[in-house]
Unconditional design. Structure first.
Length: 489
């Protein structure tokens, strides 16, 4: 009997070790992005190299594009330098009841636990190729192009009792099961990052009552981690109220990165203040603006008072000015968006959404000015090979401005070997160079539109300097100060 018990115990130990090995192997396979030990920025888990999140909002991609169109979209965004594509599993625009371009819906009878799946996945056979096969295809195609998918399990209208087509189908019980099923389906995909929320605050008042959806979102997080473990990278996309996810979830272990939506309601949103507030919290967690103003989106078109001559549209400059200052205030990345890309504007098939008086087919919008400028902020940051940085207002000795129209934002790395100053206008700036020590400085201007550098001084020895952008026709500039050249990649 003792030998039998010992054998059973040995077998049990072997099974436990094997299970642990499988869990660790799965975690290693999916944990491609993680948080640096400083808590300020992201890294590639295997290499330890800094990772700068440069996202694009393609919310309706699974719903509105064919396979061929999805490839066109992904190829273009790859060529433009994007590395994260943010897509919703259950689309906002009646994504539960309106079939996708292949004629499929995600669920049977709107039941999140009863997926409308078929045997086989041959795209040439409509009886085989279902809604989830199409999601699989797009995620795999993104992986082929070394791009991550920021995957939202659902848009917020399927949870929150607020606005939107809905319907509300989730509760704390089925949310866990649905998220677990989704996590199991993509447990082998290295390029999936998880985004909960879907443009909704987790707590709110409606019709005189207080609503708290946090148990539902927490259940989804548990469902993901039940499969992926703590290696799962999870953040939360709140509504456009300028409140960060930190307002509700900062202390929760599943939240790896805070996220903010500065949104499309005004040019005056000061995202840099929200990022500063996030980075002052403990424990330190990275943060970023996961949905800034969209290019070609009318500025607050919802109240009936919008005019092209008055508020107008957000343009490429508006997008850059918000993004650069958010990143320079400490954001670990940023996300671009175009108003006719997130909805994949196609007036022959879909009613355009909040377009004011400007309609742009999505194929044309793919090549908007801002989409070709934004890659350079990623290049600028990663060229330094040191993302351990902090905002440093003391670098600027001249007038640093007060609001979105003229605010100058400066940052430097903790090692004090480089600093950068973002100027929203081409005005001279006076800089305290002593904040990088006494070594000679290499000073240059970086153009956010072209990604090119113009030398200002190769060996500047003064402790203070006044620098003027080389071209006042170009509106915004970045002053780059280095005590040594960046290491070669």
């Amino acid at each position: 009997m003792n030998m039998i018990h010992k054998k059973n115990r040995t077998n049990a130990c072997i099974k436990t070790i094997f299970s642990l090995f499988l869990l660790l192997s799965t975690a290693a396979a999916v944990a491609q992005i993680s948080v640096h030990e400083s808590g300020k920025y992201l890294v590639e888990t295997k290499s330890g190299k800094p990772f700068f999140w440069l996202g694009d909002t393609a919310w309706e991609l699974f719903q509105r594009l064919t396979r061929e169109e999805a490839i066109t979209y992904l190829d273009t965004r790859q060529s433009q330098g994007f590395n994260v594509i943010q897509i919703v599993s259950l689309a906002e625009m009646d994504g539960l009841r309106t079939p996708n371009r292949q004629g499929d819906v995600p669920f049977v009878d709107l039941d999140p636990l009863n997926w409308a799946v078929t045997s086989g996945n041959d795209p040439g056979n409509p009886d085989e190729y279902d809604y989830w096969d199409h999601v699989d295809f797009i995620i795999r195609e993104a992986a082929k192009r070394n791009m991550y998918v920021g995957l939202l399990p659902t848009w917020g209208d399927k949870v929150a009792y607020m606005w939107g087509a809905g319907p509300q189908v989730f509760n704390a019980s089925n949310a866990f099961g649905y998220a677990k099923k989704l996590a199991e389906r993509y447990s082998g995909q290295w390029n999936v990052l998880w985004i909960l929320g879907g443009d909704r605050p987790p707590t709110y008042e409606r019709e005189g009552k207080f609503h708290d959806d946090r148990p539902i979102w927490r259940a989804m997080a548990r469902g993901i981690e039940d499969v992926w473990g703590e290696a799962a990278f999870i953040t939360y996309h709140p509504g456009g109220t300028m409140r960060s996810s930190s307002a509700w979830f900062h202390d929760e272990d599943w939240l790896d990165m805070n996220a903010i939506q500065s949104g499309h309601g005004s040019r005056q949103y000061e995202i840099w203040d929200t990022i500063r507030n996030d980075l002052a919290l403990m424990p330190t967690k990275p943060t970023m603006d996961i949905e800034p103003c969209y290019e070609d989106h009318g500025v607050n078109p919802w109240d009936g008072k919008w005019t092209a001559e008055g508020r107008g549209y957000f343009d490429a400059y508006d997008v850059r000015a918000r993004m650069y200052r958010g990143v320079f205030a400490g954001g670990c990345g940023t996300t671009y968006g175009h108003h006719h890309i997130w909805q994949f504007s196609d007036s022959a098939r879909y009613e355009p959404i909040y377009i004011a008086d400007r309609y742009i087919p999505w194929q044309e919008a793919l090549h908007a000015k801002g989409a070709n400028h934004i890659r350079y902020i990623k290049d600028l940051m990663l060229d330094r090979h040191d993302m351990n940085r902090t905002e440093d207002p003391g670098l600027v000795l001249s007038d640093a401005g007060t609001d979105y129209r003229d605010l100058v934002v400066a940052m430097r790395n903790e090692a004090r070997t480089w600093a950068m100053v973002y100027l929203p206008n081409p005005d001279p700036v006076v800089v305290d160079l002593s904040r990088l020590g006494n070594k000679p400085k290499r000073i240059s201007w970086f153009n956010p539109v072209t990604g090119k550098y113009t030398s200002a001084a190769k060996r500047y020895r003064g402790t203070q300097g006044t620098f003027t952008p080389p071209d006042t026709e170009q509106r915004d500039w970045v002053l780059v100060i280095e005590t040594k050249r960046p290491a070669k990649k």
